[in-house]
Ligand binder design. Structure first.
Ligand SMILES: [Zn+2]
Length: 416
């Protein structure tokens, strides 16, 4: 038992070839992919993945949400499996690597183990989580969410796409609704490899992101009311300009986020101005402040200060202001043992690395609620993702899979 040797690496070319092979299914219009969840293309991708897993000697489990579990046996039949995985579905104009790298990187771990005759005490299960992207069926991470008990299965089945087709019906139609009870599996640990989807690793020339936290999110919808009036004939001192009030509040939002630098962020991406006419001073604005941080108390502080500062501004300007929390989720702190397995894997392999906070949601964020979990990230060009131009290098993909393999093998305990 122990850690794998420092020279143990995956087969970089085979991993890359499999990524390119999968990308042929559901091609996009600009070199990426359109393999949305529970479409015929999704079914085709699943079948290819299953055939690859079976060729390695895995048995495939399928649960009632269509989550796929390819199990590679361990030497101890009583040991709980170590899970690895991500998702094969893509955005409508998605890239070839978002999600796919985590699934096929897991498969490459098994292929390398088979090549070299590596055995572990714990079985290893490579998972494809259904509907991570949440574009065709909101919300994102739907099926890992049901697995972790965040959503009920009935609620998930009833989600409708733009054409009114239900998720549960479409999953059945493509032939990937299994019998296994969702969430019944117990996990020793779970690891997800994913592209960063942000610019930090590439900018700093680091190969590996050791993901310690998932960013928490808070949405507060703010409504400011003043008085609609003519932009030409209303004297400045008689105006109740809700648009100006918003501008001042947004300055504060920026200050508040900066006060918790570098991990906290804040902005308003949704803004409605009424009546939105060139010659009318806005009498009303509605906008949503998006605050994110890996620390719950920071999120709570930012929310509270928004309300205090916003109220002050409104009072000074003779405006009315109201706040409504319209969404959010708590930050994720990944399991310390799993995170250090990732970090020591990167160190053993001699790969440059840094801690990262995931700005996006991932299946691992939900699974972390039911099992010890961690994530490995590799760089992507210009931080671009959810775009057909999403790109990574063969070397980055291989380094990510190497670290994944080392962390998984150490956790699953190599048997000499
Ligand atoms: Zn993803």
């Amino acid at each position: 038992m122990g850690a794998p040797g420092e020279n143990l690496k995956v087969n970089a070319d085979r991993l890359w070839d499999s990524l390119m092979e999968m990308a042929k299914i559901g091609p996009g219009v600009a070199g990426g992919n359109n393999r949305q969840t529970v479409t015929d293309e999704d079914g085709e991708g699943r079948a290819l993945f299953q055939s690859w897993c079976e060729a390695v000697g895995c048995t495939m489990g399928l649960d009632q949400m269509g989550n796929m579990f390819a199990e590679y046996p361990g030497t101890d039949p009583d040991a709980l499996p170590v899970y690895v995985g991500s998702h094969l579905d893509t955005q409508p104009t998605g890239g070839k690597y978002d999600g796919v790298l985590g699934v096929l990187g897991g498969l490459e771990v098994l292929r390398t183990m088979k090549d070299l005759g590596i055995k572990t005490k714990h079985p290893i299960v490579v998972t494809n989580w259904t509907n991570e992207e949440g574009t065709r069926y909101a919300p994102a991470m739907l099926s890992s969410g049901v697995f972790a008990g965040i959503h009920t299965q009935d609620w998930a089945y009833d989600r409708e796409d733009a054409e009114g087709l239900k998720f549960g019906d479409e999953l059945k139609r493509i032939g990937w609704r299994g019998d296994e009870e969702v969430g019944a599996r117990k996990m020793h640990a779970m690891f997800e490899l994913h592209i960063e989807q942000g610019p930090i690793l590439e900018a700093e020339g680091k190969k590996i992101g050791v993901v310690t936290h998932g960013q928490g999110l808070s949405w507060t919808q703010v409504t400011i009311e003043g008085k609609d009036a003519h932009t030409g004939s209303t004297p400045m001192k008689m105006r109740k300009n809700a648009g100006l009030g918003m501008a001042r509040v947004l300055e504060k939002v920026d200050d508040i986020a900066w006060s918790h630098a570098p991990d906290a962020v804040g902005a308003a991406g949704h803004i409605d101005v009424y009546p939105n006419s060139r010659n009318v001073i806005p009498g009303k604005v509605v906008f949503t402040v998006d605050f994110r941080s890996p620390e719950l108390d920071v999120i709570e502080d930012m929310e509270a200060r928004l309300r205090v500062e916003g109220q002050k501004i409104a009072d000074q300007m003779g405006l009315t202001i109201s706040f409504e929390k319209v969404g959010g989720f708590d930050p994720v702190k990944f399991d310390e043992t799993c995170v250090s397995a990732v970090r020591s894997a990167a160190e053993r392999l001699g790969y440059s690395h840094r801690n990262l906070i995931s700005g996006a949601g991932h299946d691992a964020c939900w699974i972390n609620q039911v099992a010890p979990t961690a994530m490995v990230m590799c760089p992507c060009v210009d931080g671009l993702s959810h775009n057909e131009a999403e790109d990574i290098s063969r070397e980055w993909a291989a380094a990510g899979a190497d670290v994944l393999m080392h962390a998984v093998l150490e956790t699953a305990e190599i048997v000499e």
